[in-house]
Design a protein around this ligand. Sequence first.
Ligand code: HEC
Ligand code: HEC
Length: 325
Amino acid sequence: MKKALKIAGIVIGSILLLLVIAAAVIHFRGIPAYDVQVPEVQIEYTPERIERGGYLANMVCVGCHISKNRVLEGKHMDDVPSAFGTVYSANITSHPENGLGRYSDGQLVYLLRTGIGKDGNYIPPYMSKFPHMSDEDMYSIIAWLRASDAPVLAASDSTPPQTQPSFLVKMLSNFAFKPFSYPEVDIPQVDTNNIIEHGEYVSNAVLECFSCHSASFTSNDYLEPSKSVGFFGGGNEMLDPVEGKPVFSANLTMDKETGIGNWTLEEFKNAIRFGQLPEGNSLSIVMPKYTTIEDRDLEAIYEYLKTVPPINNLELKGLRTAALK
Ligand code: HEC
Ligand code: HEC
């Protein structure tokens, strides 16, 4: 008996010791680094690209990178739940050393596709990646960042504080979060005559609506979005920085009880452009306002959402009623 106890003690002790060692390794190793294979890209900054890039970047990069000074010099990401750590975005103004001047076009494409920065640093899901964005759209965004005279790009030498990822993020970055492979083939423009494909492209590859609107950032599948847990069923918990409390994303499937199955296209447009609900109350600022989004893109998203399998998310109903008050 005594011997059995002793053996059990040794086994449990060893397991605990291993766990402590594993935790220490993750804590000190942090987020793993990766090799950078900078692609050879030659991007022409044509007026057409600069215009298209401005349209896209204002919806996909500006919100996360704009500071109180209204320039893209980086900011504290106050809607990231503290479970992920203290996160700051980066300076992507036209400043030659502290802004985007530190990145070549190839390094930038590599970062936006894979999530690996120019120094091999991996950026966890608190920055979006765009593995399925068309080459042309990506080049357009870069053309705008480089060659537009938009005031938000005015050079700023500010360097935001270093991001402090939580232990959870470090652990997930060692086991679950991985950079995406750099695409082996060209990614063509989507056929805008096919409204469903167009909508799927805008909502999943460019604006990443599914990312916030599925069950959780930790169970999203960014390479095959429709495999994300609770795809478009809502319930992803975020932090409302104004209210200082959790806010849960809405169910965007066409379920009539808990989704948007009873909404008209006009109501849908108002929610996305102005953050306004059909009953008149406003959505949390965590839901971005896409004020400049073109009708064509919005209508395509709406048509595409009609093809997403409906989810009856009853649990969310209670969570949202509380959040909306
Ligand atoms: C959801 C928010 C979010 C979006 C969208 C986003 N970023 Fe970021 N970005 C971040 C955060 C946060 C960091 C800093 C990450 C860190 O400190 O590890 C960052 C870092 C960067 C960096 C610096 C990478 C490095 O070397 O550390 C560049 C360059 C960048 N973003 C460009 C862009 C561009 C271009 C777009 C639009 C196509 C974009 N980002 C969209 C949040 C975002
Ligand atoms: C950064 C995360 C985030 C992104 C990106 C995002 N949303 Fe949201 N959205 C939310 C949150 C959170 C709510 C709920 C806000 C609340 O309850 O006040 C919401 C609410 C909504 C609503 C209201 C639905 C209802 O039943 O109340 C609609 C419609 C919507 N989003 C559509 C979209 C579309 C379309 C996109 C992509 C173009 C998108 N959202 C991108 C976070 C996001």
